[in-house]
Ligand binder design. Structure first.
Ligand code: UPG
Ligand code: MN
Length: 738
């Protein structure tokens, strides 16, 4: 009997659904745009008929502010026109791919930059969680880039490599879900796991060793275990400084050689500290990643590359399989350049007071872009195909050295001297000199937000990306727990974004041309973040100061145009709140999220723009300030209780305190006028705004008036803000009398 031949369609590896709210969103977009146009039209007619200088100035201010708000609303609409959600079917992988031997190799990059702000023990935890993926070990290579050039970090990794040989088989045998040791011991009782107590003791011992070395700041001889280690640490001679040192590449685990305690092969683990020299700019994280691209090309050259920040540990051992569900799908488009998983965080307080989750940036907006050409790259949790770093999908632009080509097959073992020599060469500071690394190849240079710039550039070249948001977070990271740190991080992003806006790759002009108008708008939404400052400042000060002087700037309550304002304000807020809550947020988190949007508009967006301008003028620049991941216990307690942390006398707090005082004074004036029986008809809109301002400023009043802890508002900020408020009131008085 001859066998019957059937053509079986392979089972699906992933499915995509367009969210049901799409039609509603589109209809709403038409209605809301009509309302916006009506308002702008009204402003223009008022401007044409204005008779005094003061009204001309205020109308122009409102016109500009409302134009900015409208533009930003249009950009958010791009996320709402075709939002999608994706699902994967990991169980079908075996039927599509056959044996695990056919899984592709993956190179994992972890970046760290400072042993004092990013404790080596945390970096080690991230690395261990990634080494323990449920994936054939011989296919995984973990590279650690140490921009801090620190022997302390290398020491921690020697220890980690030893511990990994026990940790990895332990996780696999016990099917442990939390493979970051610190998280595992925190969340699980060890008694229910085979050897749990023993492993915990080993971990604690390692932790004590690493932390005592880090505390001391040097590695004394009793901590050095063998000649290999001695030879490695000898590189830190008297001339070795953080900003000036030769490349250090140390293979800590070699897959073909090292076995775990159960005799299975280990993944590769390689420490890389690229050469630093004062003669060459190092281009921050993008420079570190490009070095890793080259070093990994020479050693392993896996077709898939995962980039990870040192504080972002893996929270799900199945993530690589999930990623494969896309890359192994025969129907997936050949121009798919990267798969972005959302950045999620651990240790967020319940109300998320600093909106550190960045739900819109990391979850909602990428889901919206997924239905277009795909999400932005956000720096961590992103799986690239190596080819995306070398030209467009149809036109590769390759480096001179054949060993760096994405299709190059590595045949020699990674400890081979020839291989290592070449790796050192490509990690040298001068290697990129006169090359196009950072422009046509690799991660982009020229912006402090190298992630945003790199993704944008790849999309403009015709690559697509994809967003996958699994229920169990794939990665969990640390977040800033003081307002100062949160704003500082945001300020740095703003500088980076403005660098993109003022480059050739402006998302609106250049981007729209090459990616289509909707993608152009979506990218613009982030890129133009700093201009939120304009309307936020206007609406935080102008109506309030006018109220203090009894001048009406909005229509009377009985006027139909008042309804237009009410509609525009409330409906935008309601839509924003719905979006947020549909993405599993609570109402309280949303309230804090909108407050942080205002706070950023008043501080970090403004200060970022100022610093960007200063940098442009060539005066000074602070560069990439790494966010501190060190935990202060008192601060941490206040954070867990949802208390705002001011503490340091930063100029970024001045506008916040000033707005809080101005709104309070305006609201109090309004109430007094009302109690006095004055005619309030034209002032209700302003009263409403001042009241909203007061409600939002509540944590600021607390920090200014009745708190005594270290995180209260510094006196000097209160004094400056009070003086500023007085000055503004005088100005308001003069303006209203002109
Ligand atoms: O010269 C540098 C500076 C930073 N880093 C690393 O870059 C990562 C991000 O730095 P961090 O201080 O944590 O910045 P964040 O603002 O928290 O990071 C967000 O913003 C960055 C862009 O500004 C992106 O690169 C990150 O992926 C994204 O999570 C960390 O792992 C650092 O070790 C380097 O490797 N070299
Ligand atoms: Mn970070």
């Amino acid at each position: 009997m001859s066998p019957t031949i059937t053509t079986m369609t392979p089972p699906p590896l992933n499915t995509t659904t367009v969210l049901r709210r799409t039609t509603l969103n589109r209809t709403f977009a038409v209605i809301y745009s009509t309302a916006i146009l009506t308002l702008i039209h009204h402003h223009l007619t008022t401007l044409l008929h204005s008779t005094t200088l003061t009204t001309t100035i205020t109308t122009t201010t409102f016109l500009i502010s409302d134009l900015v708000l409208s533009f930003m609303w249009v950009t958010t609409t791009s996320f709402r026109l075709r939002p999608t959600s994706r699902n994967v079917h990991v169980n079908n992988l075996a039927r599509v791919l056959g044996s695990k031997k056919d899984y592709p190799k993956v190179d994992i990059f972890i970046c760290t930059a400072d042993p004092y702000k990013e404790p080596p023990m945390n970096v080690v935890n991230t690395a261990l969680s990634l080494l323990a993926y449920d994936y054939p070990s011989e296919k995984v290579s973990v590279y650690v880039s140490d921009d801090g050039g620190s022997n302390l970090t290398l020491f921690a990794f020697f220890e980690a490599a030893k511990f990994a040989k026990t940790w990895v088989p332990f996780c696999r045998e016990n099917e442990v879900g939390d493979r970051c040791p610190e998280a595992f011991f925190k969340l699980n009782g060890v008694s229910s796991f085979n050897d749990g107590a023993k492993i915990k003791a080993m971990y604690e011992k390692m932790k004590i060793r690493v932390e005592s070395v880090v505390d001391r700041g040097s590695i004394s001889s009793e901590f050095i275990e063998n000649e290999v280690q001695q030879k490695a640490f000898d590189k830190w001679d008297s001339e070795f400084t953080r900003h000036d040192h030769p490349a250090v590449i140390q293979v800590l685990l070699e897959s073909g050689q090292e076995k775990d305690i159960k005799g299975h092969p280990m993944p590769n683990l390689i420490y890389v500290s690229r050469e630093k020299s004062k003669a060459y700019t190092h281009n921050n994280k993008a420079g570190a990643l490009n070095t890793l691209l080259r070093v990994s090309a020479v050693l392993t050259n896996a077709p898939i590359v995962l980039t990870q920040d040192c504080d972002m540990y893996s929270n799900d051992p199945k993530t690589l399989q999930q990623m494969l569900c896309f890359y192994a799908d025969p129907s997936i488009s050949h121009d798919l350049g990267y798969i972005q998983f959302p950045q999620r965080f651990h240790g967020i307080n319940k109300a998320d007071i600093y909106a550190s989750e960045y739900k819109r940036l990391y979850v909602i907006n990428p889901g919206g872009m997924d239905g277009l050409s795909g999400p932005c790259y956000v720096g961590s949790g992103c799986f690239f195909v190596r080819r995306v770093f070398f030209g467009s999908p149809s036109l590769p632009e390759l480096p001179d050295a054949r060993e760096l080509w994405p299709d190059h097959v590595v045949k020699k073992p990674i400890r081979n001297q020839e291989v290592l020599d070449l790796a050192h060469e490509v990690a040298s500071a001068s290697y990129e000199n006169k090359s196009t690394w950072g422009s046509t190849m690799g991660f982009r240079y020229g912006s402090l937000s190298e992630d945003f710039f790199t993704g944008l550039h790849q999309h403009c070249r015709g690559w697509k990306s994809l967003f996958f948001h699994p229920k169990r977070p794939a990665f969990l990271g640390d977040l800033p727990i003081s307002l100062f740190d949160a704003l500082n991080q945001n300020r740095r992003w703003c500088i980076g974004l403005l660098e993109v806006v003022f480059s050739k790759y402006n998302p609106l002009t250049f981007g729209s041309r090459f990616m289509g108008p909707l993608m152009g708008l979506a990218y613009s939404h982030n890129a133009f973040w700093p201009i939120w400052s304009i309307p936020i400042f206007t609406y935080s000060f102008v109506p309030q100061l006018a109220l203090i002087n009894g001048v009406s700037v909005f229509p009377e309550v009985t006027n139909t145009r008042f309804l237009l304002y009410i509609f525009l304000f409330f409906v935008a807020y309601i839509q924003d709140c719905l979006d947020f809550m549909l993405a599993d947020g609570t109402f309280q988190q949303w309230w804090n999220d909108q407050r942080m949007w205002l706070i950023r508009g008043l501080s970090s967006y403004l200060f970022g723009s100022i610093e960007f301008s200063i940098k442009r003028l060539g005066i000074a620049s602070k560069g990439f300030h790494v966010t501190s991941k060190v935990v202060d216990t008192d601060l941490s307690k206040r954070y867990d209780n949802g208390v705002f942390e001011f503490g340091v006398p930063s100029p970024m707090f001045v506008p916040l305190a000033t707005v809080a005082i101005v709104n309070f004074v305006a609201f109090a004036f309004g109430i007094l006028k009302y109690l006095n029986g004055e005619n309030m008809n034209g002032l209700y809109g302003q009263m409403g705004l001042a009241c909203f301002g007061v409600a939002n400023s509540w944590p600021i009043y607390e920090a200014m008036v009745w708190r005594n802890d270290k995180g209260r508002m510094p006196r000097v900020i209160i004094v400056i803000s009070t003086l500023l408020t007085l000055a503004f009131c005088v100005l308001g008085l003069i303006a209203s009398s002109v």
